[in-house]
Design a binder for this molecule. Structure first.
Ligand code: UD1
Length: 312
């Protein structure tokens, strides 16, 4: 069984990834600055003797280096990030600091400690407005905001480390991730977490635009499994992989699916489209299927159901 280090372990995706690794018998050291991650997200993992947590900021390279040198992981799963697109527009400095300098720190620490495999949390945000659907890994990369630019820079740094120092780099481009423990409390949280909070309290949801915009919604447990597979896999090409379902759902279609779970909810309100909004997003999942043997398994209906059950 493997010995893995996860950065950003107390975040939404990190907490599901550690749970998946532990269930599969791996040993994990998780680090997190707790800037946005929550220790509470790790409640169940902390019961497991194979898990240890340390509060470490990836910007503190010397502490990270000492920790990695002492622990000697086989793989680093680098999930720690500045995650909010809108905040990245308001505070580009912090976004680039965490996502670019932080990722460089992780790459350099890995190199110094002879960790040869690294999995990186990238994002569909690096594609920007797609020219055609579905978006494949060969599509044009044209991020529209500092967050997307920083994720593209992160991929570029890590892939250069891969080529230069012979490291195995796997960049996973997540599409719209949802599921239990996603924080619904900011107006810029994922749409599913916001809609479910509103549905739960009987409030009407607000649709930005006419609701015909589409997204490729992927359940967080599928993403956690993709992270584990990418970490475990001995041989697969270095590079970037879409982590998506290949299914396009409109926001109106999402509301119908939520209605199926809750019974009839109040009629949604409609508001102006968000500026700079992407109208359609859907990933091409074939490369991950071919080289990682990864396919999303959770339908939107099943994922919504699990999210509602787990949050109640
Ligand atoms: C998502 C990601 C972002 C990533 C981007 C591109 C989240 C939270 N954000 O942004 O990190 O960079 O994809 O891949 O996952 N909506 C409503 N009503 C609401 C909230 C949202 O109608 O109350 C609509 C939005 O206008 C949008 C859609 O729902 O059309 C999805 O919004 P959101 O969940 O914020 O994700 P993206 O904007 O796609």
């Amino acid at each position: 069984m493997g010995k893995y280090l996860i950065t950003g372990v107390a975040g939404f995706i990190g907490s599901h990834t550690v749970a998946n690794l532990l269930v599969n018998g791996h040993q994990v050291l998780g680090v997190d600055s707790l800037r946005t991650g929550k220790i509470d997200n790790l409640k169940s993992s902390q019961q497991d003797a194979n898990f240890r947590f340390e509060q470490i900021d990836i910007l503190n390279r010397s502490l990270l280096q000492a920790t990695v040198t002492a622990y000697k992981p086989e793989v680093i799963i680098h999930l720690a990030a500045f995650v909010n697109v809108v905040e990245s527009v308001e505070n580009p400095d912090l976004n680039f600091s965490i996502n670019v300098n932080g990722t460089h720190n992780v790459a350099e620490v890995a190199r110094q400690s002879n960790v040869t495999r690294l999995v990186f949390a990238s994002s569909a945000a690096i594609y920007g407005e797609p020219q055609s659907i579905p978006v494949s890994e060969e599509s044009t990369l044209k991020p529209e905001n500092p967050y997307g630019a920083s994720k593209l820079a992160g991929e570029s740094i890590l892939l250069a480390y891969g080529r230069c120092y012979g490291m195995q780099i796997r960049c996973l481009r997540y599409f719209n991730v949802y599921g239990p423990r996603q924080n619904p409390d900011s107006p810029y949280s994922g749409v599913i977490s916001i809609f479910l909070r509103q549905a739960n309290s009987g409030e009407a949801v607000t649709v930005y635009g006419d609701g015909s915009q589409t997204r490729d919604f992927i359940f967080v447990e599928d993403v956690a499994r993709a992270n584990r597979i990418a970490a475990e896999k001995e041989s697969c090409p270095c590079g970037s992989y879409n982590i998506c379902t290949g299914q396009e759902h409109s926001i109106l279609n999402l509301i119908d699916s939520i209605n199926m779970e809750y019974g009839e909810l109040p009629q949604p309100g409609f508001s102006h489209p968000r500026p700079g909004e992407t109208m359609r997003s859907c990933g091409q999942p074939d490369k991950a299927a071919k080289f990682l043997d990864f396919q999303a398994e959770t339908t939107l209906a099943k994922g919504l159901h699990k999210t509602i059950i787990d949050s109640s």
